[in-house]
Design a binder for this molecule. Structure first.
Ligand code: FAD
Ligand code: MG
Ligand code: MG
Ligand code: MG
Ligand code: MG
Length: 455
């Protein structure tokens, strides 16, 4: 009946609200967490707030499920389906978790304080303050690597945050409409419809794959006069794409891309970035100019300004320019009571959500053990151990690839069945029932109605 349905909705909706929570206890130590991404959220999910006061500082008040971000650039999935507010994530904690939407701009490991600034558009009278911590958890992730090349920040689109995906989606449709503008010269049409992706890692590959699907499934039917003019080029400096996958899957990806008419330029280095073209040195060491309409830059990570500032303060212990050095217990070298997890660190693992999640979970258990040891209980803190669950990537036209550790060996699979597996893995790793519901809904919606081509 309607009544029962209404009650069901209330049950689900009501559960999104916080339970009654204890306030901060001045006798407990305060853990300040910087960030609201994979590392931070995994830590927050399992930290026991009976033992600690927990405070979170991040310029965005939500968690973002990054693996599905490439799908948002073409509207296969809508952005809000892969976001979850940080207050929702901490709603069932025994003690209230304080959240400040702001950026940490400085860390003083000696006085154990951080400076935070409200960097949002709307601010109150107070925009800066200093906060003391007993323990600090650095989980601020990393910045986009540009190799200091001029033009990248001005003209290219990154693919890391919500606003990046929004910008790509708008820009893509803008290119298409401008290419269709009355009496546009043919070479200008070719330029505007040339989508160039720099970086052959999983992000670049998955973006090119999603773009291909959008062209084939939607744009070519909506814009028949432009259908044979769309081009996608992937530029990679190394000899092949996806270096973390087995050679068999690299070949499979490259041949799928070839079938899908995605040009893959390997051993090709970008040397200059302009507003309408890039200059590259190709495999034969020739300089070539490549005109583009949309340029997506996905060449990996480098430390954020805050990380570099901290490294400079404790430079005797922080000797790697690539990220924070931590020990096997995730302790930051040279800074007492400071821990770091995820992409902010320079470690032997790849910068993935998988690693950040395991480190966050591990660190919460360290804090649990510290509290028990303080109570006089006999606990031992063991070093972090990473357990690799496998690598997955979507490569377009309903095909995915997977390298999975299996019975001491490795299984490499690719194809449509792997895509079904890819979808189910992502869905089961999503944060909430609500996110799963929304993503499945988006998938169905784009299958039935096609993707939206409005700018
Ligand atoms: P992030 O998740 O980036 O979180 C950093 C947080 O810190 C953010 O909330 C940010 O707002 C905040 N922050 C930034 N600066 C400050 C500051 N000054 N003060 C306070 N807070 C700050 N990994 C996989 O394992 N599988 C995948 O399929 C996969 N796909 C991906 C697809 C894309 C498009 C991208 C971009 C990444 C993908 N990754 C994937 C990698 C994965 O997202 C990262 O490794 C992971 O996000 C790292 O977690 P983190 O917590 O270190 O950083
Ligand atoms: Mg984080
Ligand atoms: Mg994240
Ligand atoms: Mg604000
Ligand atoms: Mg325009």
């Amino acid at each position: 009946t309607v009544g029962a349905l209404g009650y069901g909705a209330y049950e689900i909706y009501g559960k999104r609200h916080p339970v009654e929570q204890k306030p901060f206890d001045p006798k407990k130590r305060t853990v300040v967490v910087l960030g609201s991404g994979w590392g931070a959220v995994s830590f927050l999910k399992s930290i026991n707030t009976d033992d600690y006061n927990v405070m979170v500082v991040s310029p965005r008040n939500y968690f973002l499920f990054t693996p599905l971000l490439p799908s948002c650039t073409v509207g296969t999935i809508e952005l809000r389906s892969i976001m979850e507010p940080i207050r929702f994530i901490t709603r069932h904690k025994s003690r209230n978790v304080k959240f400040y939407e702001s950026e940490c701009t400085d860390i003083d490991p000696e006085s154990k304080t951080i400076s935070i600034t409200d960097v949002s558009d709307v601010k109150g009278a107070v925009t800066n303050t200093t906060i003391p911590y007993d323990y600090l958890v650095m989980a601020i992730g990393a910045d986009n690597q540009t190799f200091g090349m001029a033009g990248v920040r001005e003209y290219a689109c990154f693919l890391k945050e919500i606003w990046d995906a929004q910008k790509i989606r708008t820009r893509l449709m803008d290119c298409v409409e401008s290419a269709g503008f009355a009496s546009q010269a043919p070479e200008e049409v070719d330029r505007l419809l040339h989508m160039v992706v720099v970086g052959g890692g999983p992000t670049g590959v998955e973006y090119a794959a999603e773009l291909h699907d959008f062209l084939k499934d939607d744009l070519e039917t909506w814009y028949p006069e432009l259908a044979d003019k769309f081009r996608i080029t992937l530029v990679e400096a190394l000899p092949n794409v996806l270096p973390m996958f087995s050679s068999q899957l690299i070949q499979y990806t490259e041949s799928t891309f070839k079938q899908n008419k995605i040009d893959v330029l390997t051993k090709t280095m970008v040397k200059e970035v302009g507003d309408k073209s890039i200059k590259v040195m190709d495999a034969n060491k020739n300089m070539v100019s490549i005109p583009y309409g949309l340029l997506v830059w996905a060449t990996g990570n480098c430390p954020r300004p805050l990380t570099r500032k901290l490294m400079a303060r404790i430079k005797d212990s922080q000797t790697s320019p690539r990220g924070l050095l931590v020990d096997d217990y995730m302790r930051v070298a040279g800074a007492p009571d400071m821990y770091a997890i995820g992409d902010v660190t320079f470690s032997k693992y790849a910068p993935t959500a998988q690693v950040a999640t395991q480190q966050g979970l591990y660190l919460a258990s360290v804090f649990d053990n510290l509290a028990r040891i303080e109570e006089g209980k006999n606990k031992k803190i063991t070093p972090f151990e990473y357990s690799h669950q496998g690598s997955l990537a979507y490569i377009g036209s309903d095909k995915a690839i997977a390298d999975l550790p299996f019975l001491n060996g490795n299984v490499s699979v690719g194809g449509v069945a792997t895509y079904v597996f890819w979808r189910s893995v992502y869905i089961s790793n999503m944060f909430s029932f609500r996110n799963r519901f929304l993503v499945v809904g988006d998938w169905m919606k784009s299958k039935v109605f096609g993707r939206d081509v409005s700018r």
